[in-house]
Design a protein around this ligand. Structure first.
Ligand code: AP5
Length: 271
C-alpha cells in the first residue's frame, strides 16, 4: 500500500539553490518513472513542486491581476505583499495533486505573517530544509543565473552553461537578478552593510541612505523571526551547506527525504 505523501519546505536566501535542488528532486521521479514498481516507488518522492517565485512569474507573464500587483515588487527584489502570496499558495496547496502526492514548497513562508497563515490553516511540513550559502557566493550566483524561457530550466553562465548553442541563444536574465537585489534580500549582507554604513556615518558625519537601511533591516528581522518561529514549531528541520556542488548537496537532500518517507511508512502501516 502507498504511504502517506510527504510535505517538504525548502528555504534559503535568493540564489541559494532552492530551485536547482527542487528540480533535482522532481527529476529523480521523471528519470525512473518508466520502470516503476512497488519497491522503487518507496524510493521516489513524487512531490508536487510549488515555487512561489515560479507561480508569481507565471501570473506576471499572463498579465493577471495578481501578476500586475506583484510585478513592481518583484522587479525591485522586494517581497510581494503577504496577502497576495498567501492566497495564491493556499489555493495551490489545496489542489488535488498536492493533497495526493505531497508537496515541495519552495520560497514560502518568507515572513512571520506567512508562517502564521500556515499555522492557522494547520499546514505543517514533515521537514524544513534550509540551504546555507555565504553572501559573496549568493551574489555571484544571482549575477550569473540564466533562465531558459522554453523549458524553465535554470543555468549559470560559469557553473552550469547549457549544452547546446541553441539553448544558449535563447537564455534570458531574470529582471530581478541584479547585484543590488542580492544585497537587499540577503539577511547577513544587510546586517554587515548596516554596520559598515554606521561606521562611515560616525567617521564622516554623513547621513547614510536611511530608506535603504530600513528596507534591509525589515528583511533581516523578518528572516530571523521566520526561522525562530519555524524552528520551535516544527518536528524536524535541517540546515544544509549549500556551498558545494549541486549533486553533493542533492545527496544530503535525497537521504533526508528518504528518511522522512521511511518514517511516514512506519507510522502509516497498520499494526
Ligand atoms: P523566487 O523565485 O523564490 O526567488 P529567490 O528567493 O530570489 O530565489 P531564487 O529563485 O532566486 O533562487 P534559488 O534559491 O531558487 O536558486 P537557483 O536554484 O535559481 O522569488 C522571486 C520574487 O518573487 C521574490 O524576490 C519576491 O519578490 C517574490 N516572492 C517569492 N516568494 C515570495 C513570498 N513567499 N512572499 C513574498 N514575495 C515572494 O540557483 C541560483 C543560481 O545558482 C543558478 O544560476 C544556479 O545554476 C546556480 N547554482 C545553484 N546551485 C548551485 C551550486 N550548488 N553550486 C553552484 N551554483 C549553483
Amino acid at each position: 500500500s502507498k504511504s502517506e505523501p510527504i510535505k517538504v519546505m525548502i528555504s534559503g536566501a535568493p540564489a541559494s539553490g532552492k530551485g536547482t535542488q527542487c528540480e533535482m528532486i522532481v527529476q529523480k521521479v521523471k528519470l525512473t518513472e518508466v520502470c516503476i514498481g512497488e519497491a522503487e516507488y518507496q524510493q521516489l518522492f513524487g512531490l508536487v513542486h510549488i515555487s512561489t517565485g515560479d507561480l508569481l512569474r507565471a501570473e506576471v507573464s499572463a498579465g493577471t491581476e495578481i501578476g500586475n500587483k506583484a510585478k513592481e515588487y518583484m522587479n525591485a527584489g522586494r517581497l510581494v505583499p503577504d496577502e497576495v502570496v498567501t492566497a495564491m499558495v493556499t489555493a495551490r496547496l489545496s489542489q488535488q495533486d498536492a493533497k495526493e502526492k505531497g508537496w515541495l514548497l519552495d520560497g514560502y513562508p518568507r515572513s512571520f505573517a506567512q508562517a502564521q497563515s500556515l499555522e492557522k490553516l494547520n499546514i505543517r511540513p514533515d521537514i524544513y530544509i534550509v540551504l546555507d550559502v555565504p553572501d559573496e557566493i549568493l551574489i555571484d550566483r544571482c549575477v550569473g543565473r540564466r533562465l531558459d524561457p522554453v523549458t524553465g530550466k535554470i543555468y549559470h553562465i560559469k557553473n552550469f552553461p547549457p549544452q547546446t548553442d541553441e539553448i544558449k541563444a535563447r537564455l534570458i536574465i531574470r529582471p530581478d537578478d541584479t547585484e543590488q537585489k542580492a544585497m537587499y534580500t540577503s539577511g547577513r549582507n544587510a546586517a554587515s552593510l548596516h554596520r559598515r554604513t554606521k561606521q562611515v556615518d560616525s567617521q564622516s558625519g554623513h547621513e547614510g541612505d536611511k530608506e535603504v537601511i530600513q528596507i534591509m533591516w525589515s528583511v533581516v528581522k523578518c528572516m530571523v523571526s521566520i526561522v525562530s518561529h519555524l524552528v520551535v514549531s516544527l518536528h524536524s528541520n535541517a540546515q544544509i551547506d549549500g556551498n558545494r556542488p549541486k549533486e553533493v548537496i542533492f545527496k544530503d537532500v535525497d537521504s533526508l527525504l528518504s528518511q522522512v518517507k521511511k518514517e511516514k511508512v512506519k507510522t502509516t502501516k497498520p499494526v
